[in-house]
Design a protein around this ligand. Structure first.
Ligand SMILES: [Zn+2]
Length: 292
């Protein structure tokens, strides 16, 4: 393991009433948890192929890390404005903004003047140099998760600003503070105003990926909760969950959980489980109101 990780502080966040309820950080953790997080992070990154280097290079056309390619056939520049490169976008506007499909079909990359086409384009890399140790592992892991899941493109600008902000904060781990507080501090210290939802989404995904590493995987971790994160039970979903919060009677809740677990573990599809649980709720409500 990495020697500089040993003995570093880490915290554990808990959601005693499900993820929509209040959460708190366990400051005096059971021994082994922070080490476990570091170990898991190192193991995850070691298994990955890409992100152990400091600046992570980005390629044009990479669906997650890079920019899309310009829509004009034969143009190899990044199409970051309406899927056109800056040069073709400029020409499209100069041509009076014709129908895009028509414009793309009738344009060739050779029509670019040397002035508008300044040669090969290099994208700015993801830069981990401002963070060290655990923090670096955490954000390398985030990038790797997003890449492995082929989720939506990550803006290098938002990512690098977040990383350098974290580096200035002096924190040891992203989990040291609640995400809302990080975001407040980020906006206050950077004066950032536009497109906040992209930054919010980036930080929330960091919280989710890292939080998942701390939670015991599978039924041991999820069953006692009033809300099950289905991805933690091995289902291929980012955010779907099953809530038992609407059942006030503990015995009934337990019964419902046992039943749903049985249905989930006998291999039926998620759609079926959802329709089953909806029907069960209706049935339970009726039974309760008539049974008194
Ligand atoms: Zn182009």
């Amino acid at each position: 393991m990495l020697p500089h990780l040993i003995g570093r502080p880490a915290t554990r966040k808990r959601w005693p009433n499900g993820i929509d309820g209040p959460s708190f950080f366990v400051k005096e953790v059971e021994s082994g948890i922070p080490v476990r997080l570091s170990r898991v992070l190192v193991a995850q990154l070691w298994g990955g192929r890409f992100f152990r280097t400091e600046p992570v290079e980005r390629r044009i056309g990479d669906p997650v890390l890079g920019e899309p390619v310009c829509s004009v056939a034969g143009c190899d520049r990044a199409g970051d404005i309406r899927l056109l490169c800056r040069s073709h976008h400029h020409r499209w506007m100069a041509a009076g903004r014709p129908e895009m499909v028509e414009y793309v079909r009738s344009t060739s990359p050779q029509t670019l003047s040397a002035e508008l086409n300044p040669g090969p384009q290099v994208l700015r890399p993801f830069d981990f140099r401002p963070v060290k140790g655990q923090l670096r592992l955490e954000w390398q892991y985030l990038l790797q998760c997003r890449y492995d899941e082929q989720r939506s493109r990550i803006e290098e600008d938002y990512f690098n600003r977040s990383v350098s902000f974290l580096g200035r904060s002096g924190a040891a781990s992203t989990l040291d503070r609640p995400t809302e507080r990080w975001l407040d501090d980020f906006y206050a210290s950077t004066g950032w105003r536009n497109r906040r939802h992209y930054i919010d989404a980036l930080w929330l995904s960091a919280e989710r990926y890292l939080g998942d590493l701390l939670e015991p995987a599978g039924w041991d971790g999820e069953y006692p909760k009033d809300q099950w994160e289905l991805r933690r039970l091995g289902f291929n979903t980012i955010s779907r969950r099953l809530r038992f919060t609407g059942i006030p009677q503990p015995w009934l809740k337990e019964l419902a959980k046992r039943y749903i677990k049985y249905r989930l573990t006998t291999g039926i599809s998620l759609t079926q489980v959802y329709s089953t649980s909806r029907r069960s709720r209706v049935w339970l409500k009726q039974a309760l109101s008539t049974g008194g």
